[in-house]
Design a protein around this ligand. Structure first.
Ligand code: PLP
Length: 795
């Protein structure tokens, strides 16, 4: 807690901000006004540690980490900042004392949804962990005006509407218009005095907006610097004077376009010039800022790696390699070989996916048009690499008229990391086999993690309270201490308390579900949750098919001893991803039929609240009994949702994919519901051209489900609606839904058996929490600091 902070002082600060920052009288203040007043009061407490951290970094000339990411899925800030500062309970007391509903005030804050899914949420967890660990760091990103779209359902279909998180003032950001850089596009390259000089055809100004990120107990704070684009010439006065008013604002419109939206897709690359411009805009502004900061106190750019580490979050900022070379050679006169040496010591690259369609590639035509100088530099890097590491069949950066960003990022980095043990192995063996053979020490693993401050301490107050009661405080920043819970897991009293904490979260969730969806569910049912982006490889389809099979089985024998279940789905589909949208429609249609079935009643309910985001995750995950992590093996790089469920005491039903493998190792095979083919078995299975037919013929339940879908049982208004789905399962089942179905169905029956035995169930659940310490993002960040960034904590 900040020294001297008391309920009285905080109340005075809130009232002062209400009067003098918001200019509202307490008698007439709206919920929004109170939220702003409290946010400013809390923010004031961040500024002191933020100054202190920044000052110390300068004074001690510390190495800084620069995290470059196109996405930050931050969620709400107020409660997270308050809890890290030790002011949350005090804030609640102050706000309730003023006659305002604290929970409603917290909920009034819009989610900063500047990301699609796991990759963006990881960046947000990393920022928090770097602050907690006292690792001097900056996050660089884009300040998207509309973030990710908002999802609604109309007749069960996903409809996208713009996210408007910046419509009201964002109290957490500080505009820094003095930190501005010019970023160019297009144009041509000229030779001047023997040097190549890029003369851009278009320019925009990148202007900084800083958000402080405060760590646990306010001991350190870092900066998240988001860029917005401003026109270099504000306004075309000549055109205006000629009466062409619309054209006069063209420069502004062009600039605004750059930061308007986040591409709403985390797996397939949007082949758009605008996306390439966004990526370059972020990267160029960040690198100019980094070099300016370095050159402020240093002269020798050859020693940049001693003070600077830059991490590329996936290939999106992979243009950092050539841009750094351009700045060092064209602007600072460093020769090419020396620049290559510096760049490759400074840069690190995190790969996030094995899906081939998600590896960015740009046509050389588009790339050369938007970034002509960078195209030249990339060709030079490519020939440098071929010369330095000659191999007859080596796949280079530029091939078949495409620029391959994965290869570029690999070559320009001193370390390339995957995000789980299995994934890193596959990065080496199947994604970059030639490059890994040439550079055998380059690929390393850093298994993802999540911050326990937000994902346990903040979102699950009942369980956090029980943990503190049982093992004392301090686990929030030393999550391995959760192992101290293990001896208590054998005590019935502890298990009862654990179950009671879960039940409190479930009761709270039932109210929220009723408000959001109108469906009444019982907290006594097993809450079975699959929340994540909707994608074929994540196999929500398999889950909904199994749900239908389960429903059918209940109808056959309603009086049997069924474990009541609530199937909870959440997630958005990319707007242009037809197959994923069809799955959304099917889940909603299925929910409508099942929830209205009097034969089934409370034995099975299906809910799908719209617009899954961080704030929804904070409600669903603490209330989950079962975590669905059922991707086709070899496809999910890591997953981070899986770790959050584990931490909150929900056992996993899952495949040996991504970090599930490590979750199972940590928690013990007996506390994990494993099913399905391994990565190797998947590859083998695909060799059989009739794999789906064989699997369907071997499973009566699956046959029945597909038959019901084909007959339009869930779409009576449009009986043909799911013929496409059925056809794909039979004939185009790349993700092996049919082949894993029977094993999944059987594993669900095992879940029921375990849930019928409360002693067994709560033992499993509690072990999941007790053994989740490994998945703290503090552990991950320590790994990056040691193995990739060579940097030390300032604390
Ligand atoms: N979206 C949100 C809002 C999240 O909180 C998470 C959790 O990590 C994800 C997406 C990623 O989920 P998963 O790792 O299951 O794909």
């Amino acid at each position: 807690m900040p020294p001297g902070a008391t309920v009285d002082s905080l109340r005075a600060e809130v009232l002062r901000h209400l009067s003098f920052t918001i200019a509202k009288d307490p008698g007439h203040a709206s919920l929004h006004d109170w939220r702003m007043a409290l946010s400013y009061a809390i923010r004031d407490h961040i500024v002191t540690p933020w100054y202190a951290s920044t000052r110390r970094t300068w004074d001690e000339d510390r190495k800084r980490v620069y995290y470059l990411s196109m996405e930050y899925l931050i969620g709400r800030v107020l409660e997270d900042a308050a809890i890290n500062l030790g002011l949350r309970d005090m804030a609640r007391e102050v706000i309730e004392g003023l006659g305002v509903d604290f929970n409603a005030l917290v909920e009034d804050e819009p989610d900063a949804a500047l990301g699609n899914g796991g990759l963006g949420r990881l960046a947000a967890c990393f920022m928090e962990s770097m602050a907690t660990l006292g690792c001097p760091a900056y996050g660089y990103g884009l300040r998207y005006e509309h973030g990710l779209f908002r999802q609604r359902f109309e007749g069960g279909r996903q409809v996208e509407t713009p996210e408007d998180w910046l419509v009201t003032t964002n109290p957490w950001e500080f505009d820094r218009p003095e930190s501005a850089y010019t970023v160019g596009f297009k144009g041509h390259v000229e030779s001047r005095d023997g040097r190549d000089v890029w003369v851009p055809g278009e320019t925009v100004t990148a202007s900084a907006h800083d958000t402080p990120v405060v760590g646990w107990q306010g001991r350190w704070a870092n900066t998240l610097r988001l860029w917005s684009a401003k026109p270099t010439t504000l306004f075309d006065l000549e055109r205006f004077n000629r009466g062409d008013y619309a054209a006069a604002t063209e420069p502004e419109q062009l600039a605004r376009t750059i930061c308007r939206v986040l591409y709403p897709d985390d797996t397939t690359y949007a082949g758009k010039e605008l996306r390439l411009k966004q990526e370059f805009f972020l990267t160029s502004a960040a690198l100019q800022d980094i070099l300016r900061r370095y050159c402020y106190t240093h002269k020798d750019l050859g020693r940049l790696p001693e003070r600077v580490a830059i991490q590329m979050n996936d290939t999106h900022p992979a243009i950092a390699g050539p841009e750094l070379i351009r700045l060092l050679t064209d602007k600072h006169g460093v020769d090419f070989d020396a620049a290559m040496d510096v760049a490759r010591k400074v840069l690190g690259f995190t790969n996030h996916t094995l899906l081939p369609e998600a590896l960015e590639r740009w046509s050389t035509y588009l790339f050369g048009n938007v970034l002509p100088r960078h195209m030249q530099i990339i060709e030079r890097i490519d020939s440098w690499h071929r010369r330095t590491y000659p191999r007859p069949h080596f796949v280079g950066i530029v091939k078949h008229h495409e620029v391959r960003m994965g290869e570029l990022a690999f070559i320009m980095s001193h370390k390339v990391n995957g995000v789980s043990a299995l994934h890193s192995k596959l990065v080496k063996s199947s994604l970059f086999p030639e490059l890994s053979a040439l550079h055998p020490d380059r690929v390393v693993n850093q298994t993802n993690g999540v911050t326990p401050r937000r994902w346990l301490n903040l979102c699950n107050r009942p369980l956090a309270g029980l943990i503190t009661e049982t093992i004392g405080d301090g686990w929030q920043a030393d999550l391995d201490r959760l192992h101290e819970l293990e001896p208590h897991v054998e005590e019935a009293g502890f298990r009862d308390a654990f179950a009671a904490a879960k039940r409190a979260n479930k009761v709270a969730l039932t109210g929220w579900i009723k408000d959001r969806t109108g469906v009444v569910v019982s907290p006594d049912a097993l809450f079975d949750v699959q929340v994540k982006r909707i994608h074929e490889y994540k196999r929500q389809l398999m889950n909904v098919l199994q749900t239908i099979a389960h429903w059918h089985a209940i109808r056959q024998d309603p009086q049997a001893d069924w474990v009541p279940r609530v199937k909870i789905f959440g997630g958005k589909s990319a707007p242009g991803y037809f197959v994923a949208k069809e799955i959304i429609h099917l889940i909603n249609d299925t929910a409508r039929v099942i929830n209205a079935d009097p034969v089934v009643g409370d034995r099975l309910k299906v809910v799908y609240p719209a617009n899954y985001n961080v704030s929804m995750a904070e409600k669903l995950i603490p209330a989950a009994d079962l975590s669905e992590q059922i991707s086709t093996a070899g496809k999910e790089a890591s997953g981070t949702g899986n770790m959050k469920f584990m931490m909150n005491g929900a056992p996993t039903i899952g495949t040996l994919d991504g970090a599930n493998v490590e979750i199972r190792e940590q928690v013990g095979a007996e506390n994990f519901f494993l099913f399905g083919m391994t990565t190797e078995q998947v590859a083998e299975r695909r060799k059989d051209p009739d794999h789906a037919r064989h699997a369907i013929e071997a499973s009566q339940p699956l046959q029945d489900v597909l038959q019901m879908l084909a007959e339009g049982r869930f779409s009576p208004d449009h009986p043909d609606r799911y013929h496409g789905v059925v056809d794909r399962v039979w004939h185009h089942d790349y993700f092996l839904v049919a082949s894993d179905f029977a094993a999944y169905h059987a594993a669900q029956a095992e879940v029921d058996a375990a849930y019928r035995d409360p002693a067994r169930w709560w033992r499993m659940a509690a072990f999941n929490t007790a053994r989740s310490g490994f998945f703290s993002s503090d552990r991950t960040i320590r790994g990056y600091m040691q193995e990739i960034w060579s940097t030390e904590s300032a604390l």
